[in-house]
Design a protein around this ligand. Structure first.
Ligand SMILES: Nc1nc2c(ncn2[C@@H]2O[C@H](COP(=O)(O)OP(=O)(O)OP(=O)(O)O)[C@@H](O)[C@H]2O)c(=O)[nH]1
Ligand SMILES: [Mg+2]
Length: 338
């Protein structure tokens, strides 16, 4: 599947229909009054956010969106029909900006949320509207107004409650597959995940929450190494991060890896560096001596950090972690409401 998170498009709302100039012509009524109807309103271009889309891929192939024109007014006081709106579906999490100025027009964050990006022109009035005692046969009507047009940039930042970060091959996707019903690609080589994966955690007694698994980070990502930091934008809006580290490498390596990734997050900016992290040490099935685990735990405690131990492969510790994450997110929700 291709993943696209940026696009540029052009939108044009429908022009309003022209008002009509017309007069009643009937037998035995030699000089009928004006009866030109009004033009219809042009359609709007409306963006609608949907949970069914997760990428802006469609916009690579389709960049022009036009709503229909309003119909012109007709004789016998018939008004033109309004032009149909043009509905453009985008994934939840899409930010719309005016291309030239960069000004944010809308940030669609809820399923079903809508935004009118370009308004259709109103229809012109027909000559019937201009009749007055002194001007009984007006020979003019209004033109319709043009529909708005804009160049818009679309910028997708996925919305997830929880982001899973870590080095390549640490087990991020395996954890996602154990926490949710998502089926991401899992393999024993770095950069298996090339695009973000999303899943939903459903636990009794807790609100469901969305988890995002992104491609692995490596030292130098801020300078463009590996897949770089291109995908970090998709966890910018999370409330909590799970930082997963392969613990089978021993205490020193584990701490070092953790710090390297944190340095990359800091290079990206404070938004991610300051997010709360749940440090999760994975692959404990590969560690046979208990004292090794203790040493790792102590090393992290030394840094002021409590850790979770899991084996994403065997599921050991995964249920406990899942519940802890659900609890923290719920707590965070309550604190926000206070
Ligand atoms: N022994 C063991 N292997 C694991 C565990 N978790 C994941 N693995 C293996 O580690 C390899 C990498 O797992 P992934 O889940 O693809 O890792 P990732 O962090 O998503 O990797 P990228 O997408 O490349 O960044 C796979 O071969 C997994 O089967 C674990 O708890 N124990
Ligand atoms: Mg992966």
């Amino acid at each position: 599947m291709k993943f696209v998170d940026e696009a540029k498009i052009f939108v044009k709302a429908g022009d309003g229909g022209r008002g009509c100039v017309s007069f009643r012509r009937e037998k035995y009524i030699p000089r009928g009054g004006p009866n030109g109807g009004d033009g219809g309103k042009g359609g709007d271009v409306i963006f609608a956010a949907t949970n069914r889309l997760h990428s802006l891929l469609d916009f690579k192939f389709h960049q022009h969106f036009k709503a229909k024109k309003g119909e012109h007014g007709k004789g016998s006081n018939k008004h033109g029909k309004n032009g149909a709106d043009c509905l453009v579906y985008v994934p939840v999490g899409t930010i719309l900006r005016e291309l030239q100025t960069g000004e944010i027009l809308a940030d669609l964050i809820a399923d079903g949320e809508r935004f009118v990006a370009a308004r259709g022109g109103i229809g012109g009035l027909g000559n019937a509207r201009f009749a007055s005692p002194t001007r009984q046969a007006p020979r003019y009507a209004q033109p319709g107004q043009p529909g708005e047009e804009k160049q818009i940039s679309l910028d997708l930042k996925l919305l997830a409650d929880l982001g899973i970060i870590g080095a390549p091959n640490a087990g991020k996707s395996t954890l996602l597959s154990k926490l949710t019903s998502a089926k991401p690609k899992i393999a024993d080589y770095p950069f298996t995940t090339l695009i973000p994966n999303l899943g939903v955690v459903e636990l009794e007694d807790y609100h469901p929450f969305v988890v995002a698994d992104i491609p692995g980070l490596i030292e130098g990502a801020h300078a463009g190494l590996g897949l770089g930091m291109r995908f970090l934008r998709h966890i910018e809006r999370t409330r909590l991060l799970v930082h997963i580290i392969d613990a089978s490498l021993g205490p020193e390596e584990t701490i070092k890896n953790w710090q390297k990734i944190n340095a990359e997050l800091s290079a990206y900016g404070p938004a991610l560096a300051e997010k709360t992290q749940v440090v999760t040490l994975n692959k404990i099935d590969l560690i046979t001596e208990d004292d090794k685990l203790e040493a790792i735990k102590a090393a992290f405690l030394d840094k002021g950090c409590t850790v979770y131990f899991i084996s994403a492969a065997t599921s050991k510790g995964v249920e406990e972690l899942k519940e802890a994450l659900a609890r923290r997110l719920q707590q965070d929700e309550y604190e926000r409401k206070d």
